[in-house]
Ligand binder design. Sequence first.
Ligand code: WQD
Length: 340
Amino acid sequence: MKILVTGGLGYIGSHVVVDLLAKDYEVVIIDNLANASIDVLENIEKIAHKKPMFEELDVRDKAGLQSFFKKHQDITGVIHFAASKAVGESVENPLLYYENNLNSLVYLLQELEKMPQARLIFSSSCTVYGQADVLPVTEDAPVKTAESPYGNTKQIGEEIIQDVCKVRPAMKAIALRYFNPIGAHESALIGELPLGTPQNLVPYITQTAIGLREQLSVYGDDYNTADGTAVRDYIHVVDLAAAHVVALERLLKLDDAPNFETFNIGTGKGSSVLEVITTFEKVSNAPLNYKIVGRREGDITAAYANTDKAATVLGWKSKLTLEEALASSWKWEQQVRNSK
Ligand code: WQD
């Protein structure tokens, strides 16, 4: 079974590739290296003791993608990560996001609809819910107006896929709505490598703890939550990776699976920013330098998943704790800095 993983050298993609190789899938990665290092390929091989095929290719390169699929006609499934994903950048540069995230998806789907049978896992996000009215949020909660062009590309992406699957019975797809991915592989050989100043909380925490950043700014402590700081559902990337393989196998093995399904992939537990900080301090055994500042534009108060559907339909549940995830992030940060 040959699986294509687009963006497979990225943070989540690399963890999924490791899992696929461990389950004896043949993997081919395409990545344009815009937000990933080619060194990840070697580290995947060190972990999996197998080397996936790799082609440097931008999914927006329509002709390049066509010839790729001509060369790999034995692809049975596709996991599509390749996209830009920085919320703030998407507000500054919306067309970059609409062009990259949507054109690449359309070109990929144009190749998939030529296949006798296509199975697609799409990387989506809890951002599609905005600030849900009811928490924990279920998959049938209303999709709200996106807070950012990034979030909008995920909403539109799901709609494009759903429309295609409606009229192409040979195509089946699952959209996985990630909550907040954190953590790194236990080997500390792969993990999150933010380019420039990290936008996300956990890489900013680990870079502050290691001395790369002076101080963490906590964006607001006046939210309507237990301690006033915003609440998110932080899921270990290793648990998140496992969900991709389970979802793919549902599509590969179940002929009567619905043509399009969405699943929340989270822990089902909300943690506040201050809870993440105190848990990290326990893990790193040192106080973290932070200050409370004003809210960040576009942030919501709270988001955490109802994961019943993934549990009953996919048979998937998260296993790792916030503390384990933060410990793996810290180990990864120390390894990355020591290898610089
Ligand atoms: C988490 C919390 C911040 C940084 C976004 C996307 C989501 C996914 C993950 C791509 C919030 C607070 C953060 C900092 C802080 N993106 N924070 N100081 O915004 O929940 O989700 O990133 O896959 O789709 O929407 O994640 O890590 O940026 O923020 O106080 O320096 O930490 O205000 O409450 P977010 P985040």
